[in-house]
Design a protein around this ligand. Structure first.
Ligand SMILES: Nc1ncnc2c1ncn2[C@@H]1O[C@H](COP(=O)(O)OP(=O)(O)OP(=O)(O)O)[C@@H](O)[C@H]1O
Length: 727
C-alpha cells in the first residue's frame, strides 16, 4: 500500500509491486520536473512532490540543488580476508582464519544489489572492505570505474550507513541536517543554498514534518531515513548499507528498501547486506551477491536466481520464496551444496546470470567513463596486501572518477552552488542527470570538503548544543556542585581560620579534590564513548578530521569545567571562612579548575581507549593510586624511595598541595585559637607537618597544566590509533 501525501493508492490501480515503481524523469534543460509512474497511478498524483509509504513519507523527488555526482562501478577480484586464528592454550599458532575466500564481483550504478548469506557468511566483512572500512589483511584487487581504487578518493564519494543509527540524541532533525550540510557542502554554498538542499532531502525522505523532533524521539524507520538523509546531502554516488532493515517492522522495511531502490534508480550504486528478505522485499533487488562460508555461491540478477540454482541441480519448489530457499541451501539444510554452487559461480567470476547491466542511463554514462568489467587494467589494479597498497593507491583514480558523464574531465570546484537537478533520476535523453553543483572528487590529498576551521566551528557549536540539551547530565552536574558545596560548607562551617580545626580544614580541601576529580572524570567517561560511535561513522564518511572533532570536543566542555568548580568554590570558600583575600581566593579557584581539567583529560583518554562498560570500571579504579599518593593519607616523605616516584604522577597530589598552599601558604599570619592550646596555630607549622613547606604553588599549577596538555594529546593519539585499529 503506497500513499501520496497520506492518501492511499490501493485497489485496482495498483496490482503488482512492479506497478509501484517510480521513475523520475526530467530534462536537463527544463527546470520543472515530470514525474512518470508506471501503470496504476492517476494523473493528479503525478503532480505530487512527495511519495509516502504506509502513511509515512519515503518520498521520491528530484533534488535540484545537491552537488552533482557521477555513476560509479565497483569491481573486485579475488578478495581474500583473513584474521589470526584463535590461540589454543599454551600454543602459539600462526594459522589464519579465512573470512572471505577469493571472491569476485561487480557492483554497478543504477542497481540495487543485495549481499545475502547466512549469519557469519562474510556479508558485513565484504561490505566493510569495499567501503574502505577494513583494509588490513585484505588481499585482492578493487577497481572503481576501471581504475585502481584510491582509498583517499573513494572515501569522498561513498557513504556507509551502519546497521545502528548513530545519531546525536539531543539534536533535532533540522539541527543535525544543518550541521551535516555545513560540514559536507563546500564553501560555495550559501546558508540559503544549504537550507534549500536540506529542504529537498527532508521532503524527499518524508522527514519534513519531523524537522523539529529530537533524534532520540524519532521512530526506528525515521532514524534510518535520517541516517540516509544526512549522507545524501552531498549526493554520494555509492552508498553502502549494512542491514538497513534490521530492527524495523515489515512496513518500515518495505519503505526503506523502496527508498534504496529509488536511490539506485537515480544512477547510484546501492549495495546493502540483508539477512533473509521477505518475498516482497526480495522483489525490489536488481542484483544479488550471495555468500556462504566466505565464498560466492551466486552472482546475478534476482530473476535469474532460481534458474541458476536449477542449472546447478538445486530446484526451488514452487511458491517457495527463492530468498528463503537459497538461504536454506547456503545454511546446508539440503546437504552440502555450497561447493557445487561456488564452483558453478566460479566464486563470483561467472557472468552467466548477470544479464542486466545497470540502468540505461548509468550504462550509457559508464560507457564514457569506465572500462569494461572484464577488461584487465595493466597496472591499474589496486592490489591490496596487508592494507599497504590501499593507502598508496595512485591518485589517478581520482581523475578517472572526476570525469563527467560525457567523458570530459570537468568537475567544478567543491561545493560550487548549482541550480538544477542531480543524479537522482534519469534525464529524458537517457543520460544520467549530472548538472547542478558538483563534487570535486580529486581535490588533492585532503579528503574533507570544508576547512579544519569550519569543521571545528561547526562541531563546537554542535557539541555545545548537545551538552546543553542533555539536561539530565548538565543539571545533575550543576546540582551536585551546588548540593555538595552546601553540604561541605555546612559540615565545616566557619573552620577556615580555626587553628584547632586545621586537620578538618585539610580534609575539607582533600574532599574538594576528590569531588572535582570524580565529577569531571565520570561525566566525560559516561558521554565520550557514546559520542565516539557517532564520531566514527562521520569520520569514516569523511565529514571531518579527528583533529577538528577532538579539539571541538575538548573546547566545548571547557566552560562547564570552569563554571561548575567556580560554583562549588564560591559556596565552600565563604561558608568555611577561608582567608578573605582576593588573591588566595583566585589561587583556590585556579587550582580547582585545573583539577577538573586534568580529570576531564583522564576521562578522554579512558573514554577513547575503551567502551563504556570498561571505562566506568577503569575510571574509578585508576583513581585509587592517584588518591593514595596525594599526600593526604600518607606523608610522602615516609614513602619508600622505590615507590615515591608514583607520587609525582599523582595529579591529586598537586591539586591537594596547591589548595593547601593557596589557603595556608604565602606567609599567612597565625590562625585564631579558641582553646587554651592549638598545636597548629602557625600555618607554616601545619604545612611542615604535611611536608608541604618547601612546595611551590606555581609548580603545582605548572604540573597540572602540563599533565592536562599531555593527557589530551595522549587521548588524541589513542583515538586515532583506535580508528586505525578498526580498519
Ligand atoms: N576481526 C575478526 N576477527 C575474528 N573473526 C572475525 C573478524 N571479523 C569477522 N570475523 C568472523 O568472520 C565471520 C563473518 O563475519 P561477518 O560479520 O562478515 O558475517 P555476516 O555475514 O555479516 O554475519 P551477520 O549476518 O550475522 O552479521 C564471522 O564468523 C565472524 O566471527
Amino acid at each position: 500500500m503506497w500513499a501520496f501525501r497520506g492518501k492511499c493508492v490501493t485497489g485496482p490501480k495498483v496490482k503488482h509491486q512492479r506497478d509501484l515503481r517510480v521513475k523520475m524523469v526530467t530534462s536537463p534543460k527544463k527546470t520543472s520536473q515530470v514525474v512518470r509512474f508506471t501503470e496504476g497511478v492517476s494523473a493528479e498524483e503525478l503532480t505530487q512532490p512527495g511519495l509516502k509509504t504506509n502513511g509515512s513519507s519515503t518520498g521520491v523527488r528530484m533534488f535540484h540543488r545537491l552537488p552533482k555526482s557521477q555513476p560509479i562501478k565497483i569491481e573486485f577480484d579475488d578478495l581474500t580476508y583473513t584474521v589470526a586464528a584463535s590461540r589454543r592454550r599454551g600454543q602459539v599458532t600462526r594459522e589464519r582464519k579465512t573470512i572471505l575466500d577469493g571472491v569476485t564481483g561487480v557492483f554497478r550504478p543504477g542497481q540495487l544489489t543485495a549481499i545475502m548469506g547466512p549469519s557469519g557468511a562474510g556479508k558485513s566483512t565484504l561490505l566493510n572492505i569495499l567501503a574502505g572500512y577494513r583494509v588490513r589483511n585484505v588481499e585482492g584487487s578493487i577497481r572503481v570505474n576501471g581504475t585502481a581504487r584510491s582509498l583517499q578518493t573513494f572515501r569522498k564519494i561513498q557513504a556507509y550507513i551502519m546497521q545502528d543509527d548513530h545519531l546525536l540524541p539531543h539534536l533535532s532533525v533540522d539541527e543535525a541536517m544543518m550541521a551535516a550540510a555545513n560540514l559536507k557542502l563546500g564553501p560555495g554554498f550559501t546558508h540559503h543554498g544549504r537550507r534549500q538542499v536540506i529542504d529537498d532531502v527532508l521532503e524527499a525522505l518524508g522527514l519534513s514534518s519531523s524537522r523539529s523532533t529530537r533524534c532520540v524521539r524519532l521512530s526506528g524507520g525515521q532514524k534510518k531515513r535520517l541516517s540516509i538523509a544526512l549522507e545524501l546531502l552531498n549526493n554520494p554516488p555509492v552508498m553502502f548499507f549494512d542491514e538497513p532493515t534490521s530492527g524495523l517492522d515489515s512496513n518500515s522495511c518495505s519503505s526503506c528498501v523502496s527508498l534504496l531502490k529509488t536511490l539506485a534508480e537515480g544512477g547510484r550504486t546501492i549495495i546493502c547486506t540483508i539477512h533473509q528478505p521477505s518475498s516482497r522485499l526480495f522483489q525490489q533487488f536488481d542484483q544479488l551477491y550471495i555468500l556462504a562460508r566466505g565464498s560466492c555461491i551466486y552472482r546475478g540478477t534476482r530473476p535469474n536466481l532460481v534458474p541458476a540454482l536449477a542449472a546447478a541441480g538445486l530446484h526451488c519448489p514452487g511458491f517457495h520464496n527463492p530468498a528463503d530457499f537459497v538461504m536454506e541451501a547456503a545454511s546446508g539444510e539440503y546437504g552440502d551444496w555450497i561447493t557445487t554452487l561456488v564452483a558453478a559461480s566460479r566464486n563470483g567470476k561467472s557472468t552467466q546470470w548477470t544479464a542486466a547491466d545497470g540502468s540505461p542511463a548509468a550504462r550509457r554514462s559508464l560507457q564514457d567513463t569506465c572500462h569494461s568489467t572484464d577488461e584487465t587494467q595493466p597496472g591499474g589494479t589496486d592490489s591490496i596486501s596487508n592494507g599497504a597498497a590501499a593507502a598508496v593507491a595512485p591518485s589517478g583514480a581520482g581523475s578517472a572518477l572526476a570525469e563527467s558523464a560525457s567523458g570530459e574531465p570537468s568537475v567544478a570546484a567543491a561545493g560550487e552552488p548549482g541550480s538544477s537537478s542531480l543524479l537522482l533520476g534519469e534525464a529524458e535523453t537517457g543520460a544520467v542527470v549530472v548538472s547542478g553543483a558538483s563534487q570535486r572528487l580529486d581535490a588533492g590529498r585532503e579528503p574533507f570538503t570544508t576547512s579544519a576551521t569550519t569543521q571545528f566551528c561547526v562541531l563546537l557549536k554542535r557539541t555545545c548544543r548537545s551538552i546543553i540539551r542533555d539536561r539530565m547530565l548538565t543539571m545533575s552536574r550543576l546540582a551536585s556542585h551546588v548540593l555538595f558545596g552546601l553540604m561541605i560548607g555546612s559540615l565545616y562551617l566557619g573552620i577556615g581560620n580555626e587553628a584547632k580545626s586545621a586537620y578538618n580544614n585539610a580534609a575539607q580541601l582533600f574532599f574538594a579534590v576528590m569531588f572535582l576529580l570524580f565529577g569531571a572524570l565520570m561525566s566525560t567517561i559516561l558521554t565520550f564513548p557514546l559520542e565516539m560511535s557517532v564520531m566514527k561513522k562521520e569520520y569514516m564518511n569523511c565529514w571531518y578530521s579527528v583533529k577538528s572533532y577532538y579539539l571541538a570536543k575538548t573546547v566545548a566542555d571547557l566552560p562547564f569545567q570552569i563554571v561548575f568548580p567556580l560554583i562549588y568554590d564560591v559556596i565552600v570558600y565563604f561558608m568555611t571562612s577561608q582567608p578573605m583575600e582576593l588573591d588566595r581566593f583566585c589561587m583556590f579557584c585556579l587550582m580547582t579548575i585545573l583539577t577538573a581539567l586534568v580529570a576531564q583529560s583522564v576521562g578522554l583518554v579512558i573514554g577513547a581507549f575503551c567502551d563504556i562498560q570498561l571505562a566506568v570500571f577503569l575510571g574509578p579504579i585508576t583513581m585509587i593510586p592517584i588518591i593514595l599518593f596525594s599526600g593526604f593519607f600518607v606523608n610522602l616523605s615516609t614513602v619508600p624511595v622505590w615507590l615515591s616516584w608514583l607520587s609525582y604522577l599523582s595529579y591529586a597530589r598537586y591539586s591537594f598541595e596547591g589548595l593547601m598552599l593557596a589557603v595556608y601558604g604565602f606567609d599567612r599570619e597565625d590562625m585564631h585559637c579558641s582553646v587554651p592550646f592549638c598545636h597548629y596555630r602557625s600555618p607554616k607549622k601545619f604545612l611542615k607537618e604535611l611536608d608541604m613547606l618547601e612546595s611551590d604553588y606555581w609548580t603545582d599549577v605548572l604540573a597540572l597544566s602540563v599533565m592536562t596538555v599531555l593527557l589530551r594529546l595522549v587521548g588524541y593519539f589513542v583515538l586515532r590509533y583506535k580508528l586505525k585499529l578498526e580498519r
